[in-house]
Design a protein around this ligand. Structure first.
Ligand SMILES: *[C@@H]1O[C@H](CO)[C@@H](O)[C@H](O)[C@H]1NC(C)=O
Ligand SMILES: *[C@@H]1O[C@H](CO)[C@@H](O)[C@H](O)[C@H]1NC(C)=O
Ligand SMILES: *[C@@H]1O[C@H](CO)[C@@H](O)[C@H](O)[C@H]1NC(C)=O
Ligand SMILES: CC(=O)N[C@H]1CO[C@H](CO)[C@@H](O)[C@@H]1O
Length: 315
């Protein structure tokens, strides 16, 4: 009896010991859908971004839309960068995703509050623990990052998931791997195009100090490449980069005009050939590396995810 008890105790303690020893092996084995990506530097993976992710509509008469499917659907398709620009709405005093004619030559579209948008993003992150996501927001009004932007991330529960680099700017080669970001639980990388100051809010990173962009509002289907926006002390080659691969048409060609994204062209624009041609135009400017981000309209049309897989050597 006593011997039986002793062997039961020995057996139980071996289980406890085994599980204690196996605890550190809780390492992600699949990252953003692929085992091969776990050991890749965050900035060395090409991902599809949804331009104006908030401005989705299936209504063809809604000229101000840039997407057809909602943010959860964009994410389920494989989008891993969400872009949007935000303004404080005069009616409710809240930060809303929207675009306005005044700041971007685009028609008005109210995408709801930033908090409600980020709550949907949080739902996705909770359900998909092995995914690294980039949020790239535009702050045309220069809204305060401590008093306006950060509270939105706090309210949605994103702040604890946001990656805080040891110092800023981070060189392209110095980012952690996707596996490291996932294992540390800090798997959301947040950039703001203007107004970021990491001495005030440590996880809202200044975009152009680390990422350069090609021109936006492109109306030339050949997508000539140039370094359009960049800043900070790092060399161009130490930045990663984003191509704005969306094609617009000018519907009011007077003055600077009013452009709308062209859904009829999207299947071609988002096809492998058009994307790879744009990438090839840019690679010589990007230290012979592929772009980290391909920012697209109408992400559900075309074969963008196939193009990204090819660029990542996965297809
Ligand atoms: C990742 O690194 C490989 C090898 O240097 C390179 O061919 C590829 O273009 C890089 N991709 C990005 C997005 O940096
Ligand atoms: C944002 O608000 C904080 C707190 O009121 C203030 O200390 C900071 O200077 C403001 N930042 C800017 C850029 O105005
Ligand atoms: C479009 O881009 C191509 C490739 O750079 C260039 O040759 C052409 O002149 C551009 N067209 C216009 C109308 O700017
Ligand atoms: C017209 C338009 O929406 N342009 C956007 C292109 O994407 C960049 C992303 O950083 C935005 O800053 C621009 O506003």
């Amino acid at each position: 009896m006593r011997r039986a008890l002793a062997s039961i105790i020995a057996f139980l303690s071996s289980i406890v010991l085994a599980s204690a020893l196996s605890a550190p092996s809780r390492r992600a084995t699949v990252c953003n859908g692929h085992a091969e990506l776990c050991s890749r530097n965050y900035a060395n993976v090409t991902v599809i971004g949804a331009h104006d992710s908030f401005s989705f509509s299936t209504d063809v008469l809604q000229l101000a839309r840039d997407q057809e499917v909602d943010v959860p659907t964009q994410l389920s398709l494989g989008v891993r960068l969400l872009q949007g620009q935000a303004h404080v709405n005069e009616l409710d005093g809240q930060l809303h995703f929207c675009h306005t004619m005044l700041t971007s030559r685009k028609l008005l579209f109210d995408g709801g509050t930033v908090v409600s948008y980020l709550q949907k993003v949080k739902t996705f992150l909770d359900a998909n623990p092995n995914e690294v996501l980039t949020l790239l927001f535009t702050n045309p009004e220069g809204q305060n990052i401590s008093t306006v932007w950060k509270p939105a991330f706090d309210a949605a529960g994103i702040t604890p998931l946001a990656y805080v680099p040891p110092s800023v700017p981070v060189k392209q080669s110095d980012w952690p791997t996707l596996g490291q970001l996932i294992d540390s639980g800090k798997r959301v990388v947040v950039f703001l195009d203007s107004g970021a100051d990491t001495s005030q809010v440590n996880f809202i990173l200044p975009e152009f100090e680390m990422i350069w962009e090609t021109p936006f509002s492109v109306t030339n289907a050949s997508f000539p490449c140039s370094v359009d926006r960049i800043s900070g002390p790092l060399a161009t080659t130490d930045h990663s980069y984003m191509i704005n691969h969306s094609l617009n048409i000018n519907i009011i060609p007077i003055g600077s005009g009013v452009i709308v994204s062209d859904p009829a062209a999207a299947p071609t624009t988002n096809g492998v050939a058009s994307i790879l041609a744009n990438v090839n135009n840019c690679v010589p400017l990007g230290a012979n590396r592929n772009p980290q981000f391909l920012l697209l309209d109408f992400v559900n049309l075309g074969q963008a995810f196939q193009a990204a897989a090819q660029l990542n050597g996965l297809a």
